[in-house]
Design a protein around this ligand. Sequence first.
Ligand code: P1T
Length: 383
Amino acid sequence: MEKKLRFNSATIHGGQSPDKAYGAVMHPIYQTSTYAQSTPGGHQGYEYSRTHNPTRSALERSIASIENGKYGLAFASGMAAMDTVLKLFNPGDEIISTNDLYGGSYRLFTKIFEKYGLKIQFVNMDKPEIVAQYLNDKTRLIWIETPTNPMMNVVDIRAIAALGKANNTLVAVDNTFSSPYLQQPLDFGADIVMHSATKYLAGHSDTVMGLLVVNDDALEEQLAFIQNSTGAVPGPMDCFLTLRGIKTLHLRMERHSENGAEVAAFLQQHLKIEKVYWPGFTDHPYHDIAKAQMKAFGGMLSFIPKGGDLKSAIKIVEHLKIFTLAESLGGVESLAGHPASMTHASIPKEIREKSGVVDSLIRLSVGIEDVQDLIEDLDQAIG
Ligand code: P1T
């Protein structure tokens, strides 16, 4: 049996081997839609690039390796990966999801899949007992996002996975904010890991990509069937870029986490800041769970300026010079976002405010620049 590589080696070598044709060390970009057959069905494992592509296969092996899973599946975006998971279910089936989650995920649940008869309940997953109250014999999926976007709540994956198992319900974890460097949900009993690989995995804000990882053979077969039937697959160039990004994931995540911690501490002591949401603080309500399931706390955090309203939050994000005001996260460069008007604008105001996404909330994706420059930039923007 092949030796299991440690994480920091698996990012570089996991599921990879030198190219058989010319020994290329980096996996070639197989920019082809189809493959020659010597006789009908006589091919080398690849027949059409919606179904399989060698560059995509290399990425799928890589993500499986670093998520400690058996199978990886790549998609044209994080949303396409989530869409594929939801297509496993039938009208009348029920889903329980975290109530604080990416606005696009909320929109996919409510605006697309409710129309096809799925019943989705958005639940505060603080306490597994609360999730247990919503489980019944129609519940097919529990969808966890942790840490949540943008409130940085933390869900106890192990506890929820145990509930799912006892109820014969699949448990999926959107692992976008953590990346497998910080957290590997399959090890805690989850059935499916999902990524917007657009973020930390690709890591350079240059591609849009989604990934799933599973262990179960039958589940992989079903997901691959939907992937091929509906066709939301990524092109080989994007697979190459994501594969290349993954090779430095461990180094980037270490720096994101170090810088994130320093920026969180700076904001926390700032007289003009009301509240900082970051699970690394010992008084964060889920700090102990975060500590138990995450290796460090990453580069994402949110904050509210003192006495803040919409205008003061907008003023701060407009005055930032090194942080770029933009959607997305997880790239090498620092980004700032205003969830209420950007990433979470698709959630009705009264619903988003219930989970804390108020008009004055600012979200930061702390990059890997010199942290002193980042702190000085925030200081001058806060004023
Ligand atoms: O953008 P896409 O690759 O389709 O991934 C969607 C997605 C899924 N899950 C989480 C937790 C996400 O944060 C995202 C995308 N989020 C942003 C674009 C954002 O700025 O929050």
